[in-house]
Unconditional design. Structure first.
Length: 428
């Protein structure tokens, strides 16, 4: 029985999330999330698995952060592909605590994925570190796993990062004034997922650069009170036909976050990225450019996540990667229903798509009347001690028409993207 592009929900597909520590309440929280948003549909298959042993849950801060991260990943992969099976593979170590142990564990979990899961599996990785944080041997071992995975038919997605063009080092004090990218997002075998800010039926229109109000006693302290002039949202009344939608590059001054992106110092421009090589060269790059595609990552337009007995609003490219994984699980179901092969290594197909309707191209946009509203690059904003907003001194990359090193090709546009991908896959 065949299905149509608008009724696929991920049936008979497999999503794997790899994360540190997991969550002791993962299944319970997913059930509550499911009942809130899909009350009339069957609960999908979900399993939290510990191939390397149980973590030490005594580290409260780390386990809390990763528990919320795990809930974000599995709940929003489920939100996009509600009928897909989801497995959470848990590492018992954390890169923030012991980097080399964590990378060894992640590498083992990649091998477990290759050994245990079938071709067509979609893997979401919401973690990464500066390329310079890894040893050459660590990169070599992980690359061998990614290569073996895509040769088997597994598709890997990884977050491009939340610190713009300047990601902090996890292993040592380094010059933090040089643009850099995250690995594994920069791997040629991985699809790097950048971030956008999606506004649907509302518009952000800041008229002040100050996100918070000063205290009433003029002490110079800042209260946790939002400044309505900064967080000024213009509601677009329902029903409006057509509904107004704005999608910009993700660069939020108030939180200091922006989409990761740039060019690799480890990997040359792959053959399949030749169509955009001139853009990379124009930006003084000589290596693989990331991201490849993007999805909503904004905290201001974040997603609800249930964890630790309450609802949270989360953003970041950690939210983008699992949603994109869910999206491609839908595509794998459609391909199977049409008697076609699963996606496997996606990037060589992506860079052959020539259909202008396949992506929502993210272009430079200015919202409101102040600097904070400039959504034109992934050069992060910085507040001086006196509250003045400036761009940081680390060069970012411009958001342009077509592919760029902030949002890649942009966000995939549902059926239009599917049709364009099927065309390219058929030709190959």
């Amino acid at each position: 029985m065949s299905c149509t592009p608008w009724d696929i929900k991920g049936a008979k597909t497999q999503i794997v999330v790899i994360a540190s520590y997991g969550s002791q309440s993962a299944e319970e929280d997913l059930n509550l999330f499911h009942d809130a948003f899909f009350p009339n549909q069957a609960m999908p298959e979900f399993e939290q698995r510990f191939p390397l042993g149980l973590p030490d849950y005594s580290n409260v801060d780390s386990t809390y952060d990763w528990g919320k991260e795990s809930s974000l990943d599995i709940q929003w992969a489920h939100a996009i592909a509600p009928h897909a099976s989801i497995d959470l593979l848990v590492s018992p170590s954390d890169a923030n605590d012991n980097f080399s142990d964590a990378i060894a564990d992640f590498t083992s979990l990649l091998q477990h994925t290759i050994d245990y899961y079938s071709p067509g599996t979609i893997v979401s990785l919401s973690w990464g570190a500066r390329e310079s944080d890894y040893t050459a041997d660590e990169i070599t071992e992980m690359e061998a796993k990614f290569k073996a995975g895509v040769e088997k038919g597994i598709t890997f997605f990884a977050s491009s990062g939340d610190e713009g063009s300047n990601n902090a080092s996890l292993t040592a004090f380094e010059d933090n004034h040089t643009p850099n990218v995250l690995y594994p997002a920069s791997s040629p075998y991985v699809i790097a997922v950048g971030g956008t800010q999606l506004q649907y039926a509302w518009n952000w229109y800041p008229t002040s650069n100050d996100p918070y109000l000063a205290s009433a006693d003029n002490s110079g302290a800042v209260d946790a009170v939002a400044n309505p002039d900064y967080f000024n949202f213009i509601d677009v009344p329902f029903p409006q036909i057509p509904l107004q939608q704005i999608e910009t590059v993700w660069n939020e001054a108030w939180s200091g976050d922006a989409t990761g992106g740039g060019n690799s110092d480890l990997f040359d421009i792959p053959d399949w990225q030749a169509p955009v090589a001139d853009i990379i060269y124009t930006q003084s790059g000589r290596g693989r450019g990331i991201p490849d595609i993007a999805w909503n990552a904004s905290v201001s337009s974040g997603v609800p996540v249930y964890y630790d007995g309450t609802w949270h609003v989360e953003g970041g490219t950690s939210a983008s990667a699992p949603q994109v994984a869910g999206f491609f699980a839908l595509i794998n179901q459609y391909l199977a229903e049409q008697g076609m092969d699963y996606i496997g290594h996606l990037n060589p197909y992506l860079y052959q798509i020539e259909d202008d309707t396949a992506f929502n191209d993210i272009v430079p946009t200015t919202l409101g009347t102040v600097l904070a509203g400039e959504q034109v690059s992934n050069q992060v904003f910085e507040y001086l001690n006196d509250g003045t907003l400036i761009y940081s001194d680390v060069t970012g990359y411009p958001t342009t028409e077509g592919w760029d090193m902030t949002t890649g090709f942009g966000s995939p546009r549902g059926k239009h993207f599917l049709n364009a991908l099927v065309k390219v896959m058929s030709e190959n």
